[in-house]
Design a protein around this ligand. Structure first.
Ligand SMILES: Cc1ncc(COP(=O)(O)O)c(C=O)c1O
Length: 286
């Protein structure tokens, strides 16, 4: 039986219940973060906490915990669940209130932190690479909500179902202009003429923590990097492509809508960046 941090207390998993009048539960008024745990350390935790608390401030949540309080609680949850390799999840909602959609009268925020061992990604996924489909669900690049990792995750959930139904592992969202935005759980990169290209934030995407690290690494490795609008057709003309997320790291993307990307196998730039990412993020104190 696992342990959950719920509003300041460690409680048993089967007792970690929230009220039916929580605004997150009722209207998706909440945010979450998924953090990889390696050697019992939450990777890039400060960056995740910064994104979470910046999003909560933007949503005008009151009485927010500090980064240090959340980091201490995260450490407790990892230890209580004896997680060495796995995932940490932090969830923050506007809190409980009268049950109406109006956000007035809700709070303090509900805070839930869980941790689980294991990851859904296997080494053979990285060797073979993932296939994606273009989702029928478009991302509205004009909406500030696409920049938040919010509990309004339904169109990503449904995009994932589209991918599964078509035998692919990921679905890519286009924005309303028809440009590439992001995956349902990932950011997307392409390599074209040796240059690393990824949709800019104004294309309508979650500014991923892994995306930022990869951009930084690529520049340090001397690669030419561009953040700009990307047409979906550019995937076909690309030498390589890959997806990024905190749990997945860098995943080669080898086909989109049944058409191969480049040679249809994981490419050398992806491999180089994957190795650099592993050196930087995964190799920490034992
Ligand atoms: C919609 C979406 N885009 C991008 C990402 C990648 O973000 P990060 O690298 O911060 O995990 C995620 C992660 O779950 C996501 O859900």
């Amino acid at each position: 039986m696992g342990w959950v941090f719920l509003n300041g207390k460690m409680v048993r998993e089967d007792e970690a219940a929230v009220t039916a009048f929580d605004h997150g539960f009722l209207y998706g008024d909440g945010l979450f973060e998924t953090v990889a745990v390696h050697r019992a350390r939450p990777l890039l935790l400060r960056e995740h906490l910064e994104r979470l608390l910046a999003g909560a401030a933007w949503l005008s949540y009151q009485h927010l915990p500090t980064q240090d309080q959340l980091a201490a609680a995260a450490g407790k949850v990892i230890a209580a669940n004896s997680v060495t390799e796995g995932a940490l999840r932090l969830l923050l909602t506007r809190g409980a209130g009268p049950g109406t959609w109006d956000p007035e009268g809700y709070g303090p925020p509900t805070i839930i932190i869980t941790a689980a061992s294991g990851t859904p990604y296997r080494e053979e996924d990285y060797h073979r690479g993932w296939r994606a489909v273009i989702s029928s669900f478009r991302q509205d690049e004009g909406s500030p909500l696409c920049h938040l990792k919010s509990l309004n995750f339904l169109h990503h959930v449904l995009a994932r179902r589209e991918a599964r139904a078509r035998g692919a592992e990921e679905a890519l969202h286009l924005n309303l202009r028809g440009e590439l935005a992001e995956g349902s759980i990932s950011n997307v990169f392409v390599v074209r003429r040796g240059e690393l290209v990824t949709p800019d934030v104004a294309s309508g995407l979650l500014p991923g923590i892994t995306r930022a690290v990869v951009l930084d690494l690529a520049r340090k490795l001397g690669l030419s990097v561009q953040e700009r609008p990307v047409q979906p057709q550019e995937l076909q003309g690309a030498e390589e492509a890959f997806l990024t997320s905190s749990l997945m790291g860098l995943m080669p993307l080898v086909a989109v809508d049944d058409r191969p990307v480049g040679a249809g196998v994981p490419g050398p730039v992806t491999a180089r960046l994957r190795a650099a990412y592993a050196d930087l993020v995964l190799a920490g104190p034992a």
